[in-house]
Write a new protein. Sequence first.
Lengths: 304, 304
Amino acid sequence: MTYAAPALIACDWGTTNFRMFLFGTDGEIIARHAANIGLKNLGVLSFEQALASVMKDDFDRPDLPILLSGMVGSRQGWAEAPYVACPAGLKEIVAGLVTAQSDKLKVKIVPGLSSQNADTGIHNVMRGEETQIYGCAGPKGEGVFLLPGTHSKWAKLEAGVITGFSSYMTGEMFSLLKSHSILGDLMADDIDDVDAFKLGVDRAMNDKSFLSLIFSVRTEGLFGKIAPQSLSSYMSGLLIGSEVRVEILRHGVRPVGIIGDGTLSKLYKRALEHTGFSEVTIHDGDTASAKGLWAIAQQAELVL
Amino acid sequence: MTYAAPALIACDWGTTNFRMFLFGTDGEIIARHAANIGLKNLGVLSFEQALASVMKDDFDRPDLPILLSGMVGSRQGWAEAPYVACPAGLKEIVAGLVTAQSDKLKVKIVPGLSSQNADTGIHNVMRGEETQIYGCAGPKGEGVFLLPGTHSKWAKLEAGVITGFSSYMTGEMFSLLKSHSILGDLMADDIDDVDAFKLGVDRAMNDKSFLSLIFSVRTEGLFGKIAPQSLSSYMSGLLIGSEVRVEILRHGVRPVGIIGDGTLSKLYKRALEHTGFSEVTIHDGDTASAKGLWAIAQQAELVL
């Protein structure tokens, strides 16, 4: 197999994860690399040192333009790329690109997006997800995209513009409740219990109060209604269902693209299909990041 | 001052707290004692040993009937006093009294209550709070009672019968989020900021999704809308408001008796008054326990 000449190094650089891609002039990926240099693992290394340390072999090309997205653009990152306010498309994102300080490298950082709720005035923010959305939808895409995770996001894209999005603390809440609350006490030998999960989703769909509903994890265990090994699935159903309920109010039941990897995406797909969504597609998160970085690089004319 | 002859020793014995009262034949309290022998602090002591260790001075009366309420009647307690199902009045509670195993002491334990939601089938449970409610309302009382705490409770009493109640994980959730989640990261030098608290309550009243709303603690901090020292008050308002919103749906705006102590009761009162409740009374939690234990002892004819 022959490749086009290398044209761009691009990285999805988050708090935990770091993934690097080498693109050819035709936009195909020549090489990929993952490393343990997420923001919280940098130790004494500067961002420039950390990046230089992984630019070996195929990636030993300090002459190429480098494009980064994710938490590397936050206040705790290499250089702060201030949030661009929604509605925002590729053009607005590119206008917000920031140059990172470096002696040897030509580094640009993709800004995150912010979205203000018109009713409440509350802000939401994302960093990295905007890149994945464009990687799936393309510059002129449409639709609703769900990005599960620690703080999951639901974004709406209209004619290539991200018009708004919401964040939910679902993933972090699950960990908190399981590891640090009384609800985790009765859990043991977790299995993936589909029925318990769906019961949780059903109850969340009719729910009026999260703080009351979630306490049922304890009482259902205490009264022997749900077995210890299924309580984790039940709680997962309650949490994910709680998110789906509100998004149905917001967008109705319509096609949804899930961007992410593995188990969590499948759980969301299960919850969506159980509540009547018929067109749910899972997109690989890494591929979405890579394609999005390329789309932004093209729009920014970092590549021709 | 002269006292009637001692007639009863009664204790509110919970996971953390232990409070003991000596009653005269006229129902007046002759002596009170608090000790650090909550269930989680028993160490190697048996329940009988722990109780005997605090029965000194005025309380050195192993001949008297002893009545206990709270978590001491749970599966992890001295003897399990199974939950009595609502609707339940003093008569049903007394029918559920359990005798604790003891060589020297005459010990009865008050059962907790369970309440099953007619729509969802979900159970709620309480232990100790039923005693406090009767201590405030008397045997034929009426009204809505709120018991703030780790797992707060809202109970409805009709003609002396507790017809049902709900639990909320509000207190535990506040600690979890503050100590273990990303939301605590931006908080510093907490003050009691009344305006930030009320903003939280207002937003909770219009809320559709707790998991989304609570994330605003982070974004409001991030965007500098709420100062670091006020974020804790804002989060407290969101959590308490979230509970009040649902209880307004359930019971409407009506007189509420808050049973509890100190700061937390005052925060709930502030939230209730801010959302239109005009008759909110705070009852001291210890006094409520003592009076309730006496009412149960009378109904059970442990005292004449």
